[in-house]
Design a protein around this ligand. Structure first.
Ligand SMILES: [Zn+2]
Length: 430
């Protein structure tokens, strides 16, 4: 399965407001096919073909067309985002490589570059040359068939390799496998059996139940689109600037909107490309046994998502023994969602860790110390609280999104989810 390989941790974490704002410069991705010779893209796809009993030089005559087809597939997947693809070498650009030695177990690996702003354990702004994606075309035999025509196999290969490249590049923009479940059709009603909805999306992997035959085209989920738009430099349509709000410090500990230590109000900005309102809390810092409480408003029926990033994939069974925590001192947290309910907050949902596997969400073999609340419907139009509780002290970030409920879709143009800064007395706490 594709895995996420994290870069080595370097330096101490100093939490700054990095990456806030989009420039007009597109992110350039160089597709390095290194065609020709041993270990090249061409030899790799011929290896995939021979694994299905096809001729040793099966793809030789059409390698250029396949390379163009992969580039076209990438442009389809990333349409609407500020990413350009080229085969012209550029030492300063991000590179997707297809000619590396065969990985015996995986379709690809990539560095994780959260918000396209910084690599794990670093405070360095996005470094295109340091973010990498490797794809192993020799392992795509399951996407080919000895009974298919050459043209059919070429199309299958272009989709399979193209969408896997989009997936690995997604890691380099800050996406992870659980984001594939961020589809408005996955709610608490079908957590136990999602019917494979997550596998129609780019960040699906073997862990989410995606078949080794990757020849069915996929696209970004609503959550994946929203996170991409929050990534540094990646989306500029309509003048969008990533909506980043820094943790206000240690004193917003109460599930109230007024009074001492009231919740920190968040303003979610409406993002048309995703059809939802979003914010990312940056520079999060929590003490052991302490709470950071954030408030916002949501309309009845709106499915609320909140995703903590601290450990990231450390404990994710992604097959990579070299994974490191996202932060040098990652906070181990729990996350709970509360409705204000007239000043007597009631618990709506809580999470200790991410858990998923195949068609199940909240249970399964894939685990992550970071909690996540996924598409939890708001029971009423009200103020809501997200309570980040420190099981152990450390740093975190939190992505929050509130998709537009269908009933309010006609109001989308004017909809902005607001978080309220009024203060109330503390009512309850986990
Ligand atoms: Zn992956």
């Amino acid at each position: 399965m594709p895995i996420l390989r994290l870069a080595a941790t370097i330096g101490a974490v100093v939490l700054l407001g990095l990456g806030n704002g989009a420039s007009g410069a597109p992110v350039k991705v160089v597709l390095n096919y290194d065609s020709g010779g041993a270990g090249s893209f061409l030899s790799a796809i011929d290896t995939a073909a021979t694994s299905d009993g096809l001729a040793a030089n099966y793809f030789n005559a059409d390698v250029a067309a396949i390379e163009t087809g992969i580039q076209n597939e990438l442009q389809r997947v990333y349409s609407g985002f500020n990413v350009t693809f080229t085969t012209t070498p550029d030492a300063t650009a991000r590179v997707a490589s297809f000619g590396n030695p065969t990985d015996p177990n995986n379709f690809g690996v990539a560095s994780f570059n959260w918000r396209n702003a910084f690599l794990p354990g670093t405070i360095a702004p996005a470094n295109d040359a340091a973010a990498y994606a490797d794809i192993y075309p020799a392992n795509f035999g399951p996407s080919l068939s000895a009974t298919a025509t050459l043209a059919q196999n070429e199309t299958s290969l272009e989709v399979a390799v193209g969408d896997t490249t989009a997936h690995e590049l997604g890691h380099t923009f800050g996406l992870d496998h659980q984001d594939a479940y961020g589809d408005p059709k996955i709610t608490p009603a079908n957590y136990a059996n999602t019917a494979g909805i997550q596998n129609t999306h780019i960040m699906a992997s073997g862990a989410t139940g995606l078949s080794n035959n990757r020849s069915t085209p996929r696209s970004f989920s609503q959550l994946e689109i929203a996170k991409l738009a929050q990534a540094n430099n990646l989306y500029i349509a309509g003048g969008w600037t990533p909506n980043l709000i820094a943790d206000a410090g240690p004193n917003h500990t109460q599930k109230t909107t007024v009074g001492a230590n009231a919740a920190q109000a968040l303003t979610l900005n409406y993002l048309p490309v995703a059809g939802e309102s979003v914010v990312t809390v940056t520079s999060g810092s929590i003490g052991t046994g302490k709470d950071d409480v954030y408030s916002f408003t949501a309309a009845v029926g709106a499915p609320i998502t909140a995703d903590i990033l601290a450990y990231s994939t450390t404990a994710n069974s992604d097959g990579d023994p070299s994974s490191t925590p996202f932060f040098n001192t990652p906070a181990n947290t729990t996350l709970s969602l509360w409705e204000n309910n007239g000043g007597t907050p009631v618990l709506i949902a809580s999470s200790n860790d991410k858990e998923y596997s195949g068609n199940t969400w909240i249970s399964g073999t894939q685990t992550d110390n970071d909690p996540m609340i996924l598409n939890q419907p708001a029971p009423a139009t009200d103020t809501y609280y997200l309570d980040v509780y420190g099981v152990s002290a450390g740093n975190y970030e939190m992505f929050v999104s509130v998709p537009e409920p269908t009933a309010l879709s006609l109001l989308a143009a004017g909809f902005v989810a607001m978080l309220i800064g009024r203060r109330l007395q503390r009512r309850s706490q986990i």
